[in-house]
Design a binder for this molecule. Structure first.
Ligand code: CP3
Length: 374
């Protein structure tokens, strides 16, 4: 009886500690953070976009039968899903399980995750008048507090093994989902806004930027040790539209997040910008206030280095589909990639996320090869 009481007290005490964004365990592996800052590292750090995903049987089991956004709202489930890939592989970073679409949700939009189809917005934005339906202001601690709780819990449970990355979708990418109502091959509805309604487009992008800034600062306050901004739909913009509708907001985000962290007396964390298929913008991205520029697989490492100089660390960029090849081939591709990028100011990753039909053993071969050749 007494024993039981003591255990209960201990449990309550430790779960209370795990809900507070302080007293985190000391970090044991800072290789990812060092590389992000361009410092010397013992080995090339490695992580994978979408490392917490359906290619893992344990992920499918934990997610089974649960609505996707219900999982996102449960700090315990997010924590478990984030930790799963770390139990299997010697990764150098974890990324919090969540989704970029929690921001449109916080702005009041309904989203359903349809298995096999992906995210669907039953009532997408159809005309500039629809902007009035969005919540005029988002209190991130109220509306997205569940993400912050997931980050705090996970940072405790990770026990200092590796740093925890927080993330957001970039304004343009979120705008495409809000207008297209889901995935799209052309993004023509969202691009139509840029040409027909430039002022309303800027208004929406600015509103998203304001939420994103608070959201990222909140993630750091909750325990995130690095931040990645996903501009996944940069590829459908040309150089001019990127310069007009994406880059200014990406710059605003890095500048304001850093400023706010400083004002609040928090430690600055490295920021990563991943603008998929935006080769034409690499030089600009290397001047946009991010320590790391993420690369998709369609750019040659040497070319990316030439365009970004020594200003930033590069992250990427193996074609995820190379994981469908033999383990021997994966090793060779990784060796070539490391030789081409060099081993300094470099974080190994894929050029985009893992797909559900990928073999976890081949993911393991990718990670092992980075360790072997670095
Ligand atoms: O491991 C991680 O990388 C962390 C978790 C993470 C998810 N989504 C979980 C998720 C991250 C970083 C994201 C970001 C995200 N979400 C992006 C940017 C990255 C990219 O892929 O370009 C985008 C565009 C989304 C929007 C989104 N969420 C789509 C298009 C889909 C459906 C895709 C699919 O594979 O079905 C999602 C759902 C989603 N988000 C899943 C996961 C693991 C799969 C659904 C499930 O678990 O049931």
């Amino acid at each position: 009886m007494v024993q039981g009481l003591v255990t209960d007290t201990l449990l309550t005490h430790s779960s209370m500690e795990q809900s507070l964004p302080e007293g985190f365990p000391a970090l044991q592996n800072d290789t990812f953070l060092r590389a992000a800052r361009g410092e010397e590292c013992r080995h090339v750090p490695v992580w994978c976009m979408r490392q917490a995903g359906r290619y893992l049987p344990e992920f499918r089991e934990t997610r089974a039968g649960q609505d996707f956004f219900a999982s996102c709202r449960s700090p315990e489930i997010c924590c478990e899903l984030t930790l799963q890939p770390l139990r299997r592989f010697p990764l150098d970073a974890a990324i919090i399980f969540s989704d970029i679409l929690v921001i449109p949700q916080a702005l009041g939009m309904e989203i359903v995750m349809e298995p096999g189809r992906g995210p669907v917005f039953p009532n997408p934005l159809q005309s500039p008048e629809d902007l009035q339906k969005l919540k005029p202001a988002v209190d991130v601690s109220q509306d997205l507090g569940y993400v912050f709780q997931a980050i705090t819990l996970t940072r405790h449970k990770i026990a200092g093994k590796v740093p925890l990355i927080g993330f957001t979708g970039a304004p343009w990418t979120l705008m495409t989902y809000m207008i297209e109502g889901g995935g799209s091959a052309t993004m023509s509805k969202a691009k139509r806004w840029l040409y027909q309604h430039p002022a309303a487009s800027h208004q929406l992008l600015q509103q998203l930027t304001d939420v994103i800034v608070d959201y990222l600062v909140g993630q750091v306050a909750a325990g995130a040790q690095a931040l990645q901004v996903f501009e996944s739909h940069a590829g459908c913009l040309g150089p001019q539209q990127f310069a007009d509708f994406s880059l200014p907001y990406l710059r605003d985000i890095s500048r304001r997040v850093k400023e706010k962290l400083k004002t609040e007396g928090r430690e600055e964390v490295p920021m990563i910008v991943f603008a998929k298929d935006a080769h034409y913008a690499l030089e600009d991205l290397s001047h946009s206030g991010y320590e790391v520029v993420g690369l998709d697989w369609t750019i040659r490492p040497q070319e990316a280095r030439e365009k970004t100089g020594r200003r930033v660390t590069l992250q990427g960029n193996m074609d995820p589909c190379a994981l469908y090849s033999s383990k021997e081939n994966i090793e060779q591709v990784v060796k070539n990639m490391l030789d081409a990028f060099g081993r300094k100011a470099y974080i190994a990753n894929l050029g985009h996320g893992l797909y559900p039909d990928m073999d976890p053993e081949h993911v393991g071969a990718f990670i092992a090869a980075v360790h072997k050749y670095s």
